[in-house]
Design a protein around this ligand. Sequence first.
Ligand code: PMV
Length: 320
Amino acid sequence: MRACAIAQPNIALIKYWGKRDAARNLPAAGSISLTLETLWTKMSVELREGAHADTLTVNASENNTMQKRVSACLDRLLGPGRPMADVASESNFPIGAGLASSASAFAALVMAASRAARLPGDVLSLARLAGASSGSAARSFFEGIVELDAGDDEIDVSCISAASAWPLRIVIAVTDSGSKAIGSGAAMVRSAATSPLYDSWIARQDQDLETARQAVAARDFEKLASVSEHNCLKMHSVMWTSRPPVVYWNEATVNAMEAIRELKQNGVPVFFTIDAGPQVKAVCLPEAQGTVEAALAATKGVRRVIASGLGGGARPLDNA
Ligand code: PMV
């Protein structure tokens, strides 16, 4: 009863920041994201009848911080009286640092555990289950450009542009690979309760989703750039005006944003987005990738640059 799966993280352009139902982890609004190609999390799940506890290793070391969320995810997927599981996760990028590691981790976990338990489960049902653990994980089941619709009772998730249809590139400027001070789940709840901007942020999401959908359908890079940067800065304004404030940026985050602004002024097709961490993600057209990589690598405080195309959704791996 062992199975393995792989999933890639995703980067939202129209962001998810706020829950309408914290118990079910349902988002207050929809989101649109890019599934990455070169970053991955591989997960192995072995179900062990008669064992008394789940175990978790992350990159070959025991991990207690994620254990509770992993066990809760397995409870939801496999139900009461489930066998305990030995879970082993391996990622090729820093985890817990705003690089969407929970998205790839929970997508790969749900895919591997459902295989290990021989559950039928279509992709959308698995995506919904993963979304109950990490909202963004639901999007990592699909390739290319992905839309998550908040839905009435349940979320809906689908690919709106295949990875090969519009081959955007993502260049990530890693400014700090340490763990973030506050996780996104707790920070969202704080924002909803305390930021005076929260209600207007949620009220305007449908408009940004529609603009981004139109930009993707028309392959209109300028339009996608404009709505994505605006949406990102609105989300961070909600974070900054929360009490206490939720600030993930550092000096190099701002330097990287400036470097991207300069490239844009010189006619390079590129824009930025930033999530719950200090890393800056530059999205560009393929011909600009080299220029963007070089500019970000030369930016003060940037430690490492990771480039990626658009990749595929979560999928099973042959048992290794
Ligand atoms: O899925 P979570 O709970 O890790 O939240 C993701 C939050 C952001 O990355 C900031 C935005 C998003 O839509 O991915």
